[in-house]
Ligand binder design. Sequence first.
Ligand code: SF4
Ligand code: MG
Length: 317
Amino acid sequence: LSKHFEVGGGGLFGLRKPATLKAVDEVSFTIKAGETLGLVGESGCGKSTLGRLLLRLIEPTSGRVAFDGNEITGIGRMEMRGFRRSMQIIFQDPYGALNPRMSVEDIIAEPLLIHGARMNAETRGKVAQMLEKVGLPARALDRFPHEFSGGQRQRIGIARALVLHPRLIVCDEAVSALDVSVQAQIVNLLQDLQREMGLTYLFIAHDLSVVRHISDRVAVMYLGKMVEVADKATIYAAPLHPYTQALIAAVPAQHPAQRSRGKRQRIVGDIPSALNPPSGCRFHTRCPHVMPVCRETAPPLRTTAPGHQVACHLIDP
Ligand code: SF4
Ligand code: MG
């Protein structure tokens, strides 16, 4: 799956000539029903673009997306409607995502109305039930988004995303804007709802500490490429890609004792521009293990063990 944007010319982005931004570049992966796949990488690496591609909120430049074995790339609007109900997104900024002039009841009911329901007793019942599921009191229904805290607003956003009983949810930095203690509450809520409603999550975050608790597997992206995919235990205990290793080293240790003995390997330098990404392995400008081949040839994503894939020249099965 690839998504390229044509940008620039006329001085936009400081570019005199148009250029191609490869936001997502030949990425291939699977999310299993009922699991949570954590998707991690620095901002600008293509995570959000990838999440939107899965839901067909944007169209790929090439490649395809299948849901339940049905290809949804290129199908018509009417056919897509059925899938739309099953796939929803929760955004980072719950305030920006909620219409400030709509009551909580209207906000949560909106997806039902879009999919043909009327604002009647049945719809109100579904909204009230959803509100309870996300842990908000019934009196919240006729209030407005600004009357709630960030965590409560995110609960409203979750209720809105789940009211159609979807199956796949893209959580795009859904807890990143919240305080750490509130983050934990929202992550716990998402896990409870996952069990109760049989949900599948693509859980996007820019650091590995946030996805640790919730993920079954973790995929790491760097400048539009997927560089490592593994189950959670493997990613945190035995990461193989130098970028994943650096991200792990940047996660604060959970116990002070670990903190002192962990060797903190910092990632040096800024993330290069996706507009003009480095040749060969895109991580080579920051990699502590860089070799001559890395500057010339892009390493393919290779399977090193069942369920573990890595794109790095150091790993040669
Ligand atoms: Fe580092 Fe080379 Fe591996 Fe890229 S391919 S991560 S530059 S060792
Ligand atoms: Mg993003």
